[in-house]
Design a protein around this ligand. Structure first.
Ligand code: PLP
Length: 425
């Protein structure tokens, strides 16, 4: 039995699914899909079937699967030096820190390298606490927004403005104040003398692909300035080109004191970063924070390759053109059927808002047609294809999505809104 599941030779996905159901903790949704390889915008399952990936491993594989430049960088670094600990220096992390400072436009930036989004945000929260406590002992509270997502460690879970995710773990530490994502007055009121930071996403990703409006961002910046708190932007999902700029804040009027990155930074290799400027960059002192794998040479080499490819392939520009192609496709669908209300988001982080709460069923129907997308709210589908997705791949995805949306409306017994209108008029 164990022999049959530990070797891939000639056996189908079923044995793997059985093993997963027995041996993997049940934290993730049950699935029967087992992927074995990938190339560009395509995943290949253990039966050899190709799937079009419009989620990119949840905004991670921004250059597509098995991008040769990343593969080469990882292989070369793995053959050179994999790990040396943070008691010593290694060059890939140093080069990467320099590159990130330049891309952010922050000449005085310092970087702490983590492994993922949660550990990057955890570093940011600790940094904010140290920065706050330099002013007074109780300046440790942070303000976050409803609908936000910042990770699953205890501190980042608490910072995540989704009560349902807190419930199984109550009580939490109680250092977070959460306000509505669209209420600048409430935000201003929540920031006070004991606030060390406001933590927010420029576009809430998991919370339904919801861009914050300019007033909210300006309000956060002003409240932080008024109270000596840090404005910290979680760019874990929006950063590294996803929105068409290196970082999403660069398309807004605000400049944060701290930003965090992860997801796309390593194109699938586990790396996160907490980047701070100004006095925040010096808030953490020797011995106050550390992690074994932070700045690991292999993951840093992967990230350097990612930044090189985004630059050399002009991907920030192609994000805008592919996003426009997708928006046009959905505008046509909206005009023809009324089943799509709105497409929100920035660049290639898009939320397709449906006129009925059938997003999960649409995602399931797309799966059956071998297109990967996911539902982030009952009525919202998230699309986050690779930044180098082709025109033809976008056309194919639009075709599959159009069919899946129509079928889901029919299955739910919801007439297409335009059909309703013509029947009643
Ligand atoms: C995914 C995500 C995180 C958590 O990242 P992990 O790598 O899963 O720990 C944090 N913030 C945002 C905005 C995210 O999208």
């Amino acid at each position: 039995m164990s022999g049959s599941v530990t070797r891939t030779d000639g056996h189908s996905g079923d044995a793997w699914v059985a093993l997963a159901r027995q041996r993997i903790m049940r934290t993730y949704p049950d699935t029967d899909v087992v992927f074995a390889s990938g190339h560009g915008s395509w995943l290949v399952d253990t039966d050899g079937v190709e799937w079009l990936d419009f989620l990119s491993g949840i905004a991670v594989v921004a250059l597509g699967h098995a991008h040769p430049a990343v593969t080469r960088a990882v292989a070369e670094q793995a053959a050179t030096l994999v790990h040396a600990s943070n008691l010593f220096l290694t060059t890939p992390a140093l080069e990467l820190a320099e590159r990130l400072a330049v891309l952010a436009g922050w000449p005085d930036a310092r970087v702490f390298f983590a492994q993922c989004g949660a550990t990057a945000n955890e570093a940011a929260i600790k940094l904010a606490r140290r920065h706050g406590k330099l002013q007074h002992r109780d300046k440790v509270r942070i303000v976050t927004l409803e609908g936000s997502f910042h990770g699953r460690t205890l501190a980042t879970l608490e910072a995540t403005g989704q009560a349902g995710k807190h419930a199984p773990f109550m009580p939490l530490a109680g250092f977070v104040d959460t306000v509505a994502h669209d209420d600048p007055t409430a935000l201003t009121a929540a920031v006070g003398a004991d606030t060390c930071a406001v933590l927010l996403e420029v576009v809430q990703g998991e919370g339904g692909v919801r861009p914050l409006d300019a007033q909210m961002l300006a309000g956060a910046r002003a409240a932080c300035d008024a109270h000596g708190a840090l404005l910290m932007v979680d760019e874990v999902q929006t950063g590294v080109g996803r929105t068409g700029s290196w970082f999403a804040f660069q398309q807004t009027d605000i400049v944060p004191d701290v930003m965090t990155l992860a997801k796309a930074l390593g194109n699938g290799l586990p790396i996160g970063a907490c980047i701070a400027r100004g006095p925040a960059a010096d808030a953490l002192q020797p011995g106050e924070h550390a992690t074994t794998f932070g700045g690991n040479p292999v993951t840093a080499a992967a990230a350097l390759a990612v930044l090189d490819v985004i630059e050399s392939e002009g991907l920030l520009d192609s994000v805008a053109t592919r996003a426009a192609q997708l928006r046009t496709g959905f505008a046509d669908l909206a005009a023809a059927t009324g089943m799509v209300l709105e497409v929100r988001g920035v660049g290639l982080l898009l939320g397709v808002v449906l006129a009925a709460p059938v997003a999960a069923d649409v995602a399931q129907r797309c799966r059956a047609a071998r297109l990967v997308v996911n539902a982030v709210a009952p009525d919202v589908l998230r699309l986050a294809p690779p930044l180098n997705v082709s025109i033809e791949e976008v056309d194919l995805a639009l075709e599959i999505l159009g069919t899946a949306i129509a079928e889901a409306f029919t299955a739910a017994g919801v007439p297409a809104p335009h059909a309703t209108a013509s029947r009643t008029s």
